[in-house]
Each structure stands twice: as structure tokens, then as C-alpha cells.
Design a protein around this ligand. Structure first.
Ligand code: RIB
Length: 308
């Protein structure tokens, strides 16, 4: 089976539920603070393993109780954790997540050990990049490491997926031209392309600009509206099934990893997007990041029911 390597962050999420998010200067009452394994890289690696992908992860943790809990949880997904580093000199990364009544979130990330997932660390683990077929990046580790990793993966002929989250103001053209799949959400593509609107027309225009810069495929996640794929064949929209969302945390991570698992099994773009839409539509009905990720059996079962 084709190999998937996820390079990125691992965080312990502190999740706080509340009626509405506080605005500047406001105090609100929160409830049920819980610690749940998260981090965009780790969520994607956990999903890839849980869905039966041949997955490995590169990233850094602290040698502390959060780090140990994250490692144990990741091992349960079946993803190969042998490349993960546990460091004495940093605490494990953390995220504070506010979830409002509608299930939408606001996130603050404290990098901690994710800072050590740098160019040097990637050079030390070059063998894992060499051995992989698909390499997935997000942007919660140092930017230079993401750029180095993308260049190295492309040099080795790998399929490169960049989930630009959190989104920078822009990405260098020499990086964009090496990306096979860029997977922003509607807010991230607006930021990347300097747009003020998040309408479908504006998203499509932004995707067109990125295509002009050499990205092969722009796959935009649109929340309850599904996903849009823009490539040289044109623009295609893929609606998703309607569900009652309770928490959208990690839905994008779930989508990204499920999409790549689909590709690694030989699915077409369209088939892999439908598979990913289904996986993330299940994730939003559950609370938390890795706690919301479905198993392969659950995704297959929903897809079977949808076909009837
Ligand atoms: O995408 C969701 C993730 O973003 C959370 O798990 C949190 O850790 C932040 O990285």
C-alpha cells in the first residue's frame, strides 16, 4: 500500500464550551474544560491511521504527561510513531479551544515542542521522506521547516499536500509551484490571496490565481457546503451530507487525511473527496479533535447507506 507521511504539530487541546465567544474586554462563563489530543499534524496522522492508511508521522513532543498521553493515543490509531521525538527541553504544544453553542471554534496555539520540528530535525529523518509516496504538511511548525520539507519531498518525486493552516499572508511562488494539492478552508484561501470576501465567486477567483502560480490542485473545504476542487480541468463542487454539527474542531484535519488515504488507495480525486466529505461529516457530530475521528468501518457504513 502507498505510504503517507504527515509532518507537523502535536498539541494537547484544552477545550472550553461556552454560549458565545468573548469579544475584546468581555468576560463569559465557560463549562466542562477537558483535555483532548489535538494538533493539526497529529489530527491528520491519527485520522490517516484510523482510516486504515499506511501512515507515519514526524513531529516533536515534550517529555511530559501531555506528551506521553498524545503518544499513547497516536499509537492506538495504528500510525507509525517511530519518528516522533520526545524532548526534555520543551513542553508539549498546547491549544486553548473555545467552542460555542453552534459548534464553531476559536483556537489559540502555544507551539512548545512543535518549534523543534525544524529543518535539522527533518534532515535527520530524511529516510522517512524518501520512503513515503504522499507527504502532508500544515503550518503549525516553523515555516522554514515546511518550505524545506516541501522542496525535499518534491525533489524526491513525492506527491505534496499543503494544508495552509494557520494561513500566512502569502506563500512564496517557488513553494506554490511544488504543491500538488493546496487545501485551504474558505477563510484561509481569502487570507492567502488577499481577498476580503469569502463568497464562492471570490474563492474561485482566488483559486484561479493560485493555479496561475503553479499549484496543481486547489481543494477548498467549505464547511457544511462540502468542498470545491479547482485544477486545469476546471471547477468542481462536491456537496456534503447534512448533519447536526456539535463541534467542527479537526473537521478540516479529518477531511485532509481522509482525502489522502483515498488517493493512496487509488481513488480518483472525486472519489477521494466524497470519502473525505463523509469522514468529516461524521467528525463534526462529535466533540473534540482526535476524539471525533471516525473509524474506517464507520465511514464505509455511512457511504453504503448514502448509496441506497
Ligand atoms: O485543527 C484543529 C487543531 O488546531 C486543534 O486540535 C488544535 O490543537 C489546533 O492545532
Amino acid at each position: 500500500m502507498k505510504k503517507i507521511l504527515i509532518i507537523g504539530s502535536l498539541n494537547m487541546d484544552m477545550v472550553i464550551g461556552m454560549k458565545h465567544m468573548p469579544v475584546v474586554g468581555e468576560t463569559v462563563l465557560g463549562e466542562n474544560p477537558t483535555y483532548i489530543p489535538g494538533g493539526k499534524g497529529a489530527n491528520q496522522a491519527y485520522t490517516a491511521g484510523s482510516l486504515g492508511g499506511n501512515a507515519s508521522m514526524l513531529g516533536c513532543l515534550g517529555n511530559d504527561s501531555h506528551g506521553r498521553a498524545l503518544l499513547e493515543n497516536m499509537k492506538r490509531s495504528g500510525t507509525d510513531c517511530s519518528g516522533l521525538s520526545q524532548l526534555e527541553e520543551y513542553p508539549t504544544g498546547m491549544a486553548v479551544i473555545y467552542v460555542n453553542e453552534e459548534g464553531n471554534n476559536s483556537i489559540v496555539v502555544i507551539a512548545g515542542a512543535n518549534k523543534a520540528c525544524d529543518v535539522e530535525y527533518l534532515k535527520e529523518h530524511d529516510e522517512m521522506i524518501r520512503e513515503s509516496d504522499y507527504v502532508i504538511f500544515q503550518m503549525e511548525i516553523p515555516c522554514e521547516a515546511v518550505f524545506y520539507g516541501i522542496e525535499r519531498a518534491k525533489e524526491l518525486g513525492k506527491t505534496v499536500i499543503l494544508n495552509p493552516a494557520p494561513a500566512p499572508e502569502n506563500l512564496p511562488d517557488e513553494i506554490l509551484e511544488k504543491v500538488d494539492y493546496l487545501t485551504p478552508n474558505e477563510t484561509e484561501i481569502a487570507k492567502l490571496t488577499g481577498k476580503t470576501e469569502e463568497t464562492l465567486e471570490s474563492i474561485q477567483a482566488g483559486a484561479g490565481e493560485l493555479l496561475g502560480k503553479g499549484v496543481k490542485n486547489i481543494l477548498v473545504t467549505l464547511g457544511s457546503q462540502g468542498a470545491m476542487l479547482v485544477n486545469e480541468e476546471g471547477v468542481q463542487q462536491y456537496p456534503t451530507r447534512k448533519v447536526d454539527a456539535v463541534d467542527t474542531t479537526a473537521a478540516g484535519d479529518c477531511f485532509n487525511a481522509a482525502f489522502v488515504v483515498g488517493l493512496s488507495e487509488g481513488m480518483t480525486n472525486a472519489q477521494a473527496i466524497r470519502f473525505a466529505n463523509t469522514a468529516s461529516s461524521i467528525a463534526v457530530t462529535r466533540k473534540g479533535a482526535q476524539s471525533s475521528i471516525p473509524t474506517r468501518e464507520e465511514v464505509d457504513e455511512v457511504m453504503r447507506m448514502e448509496k441506497r
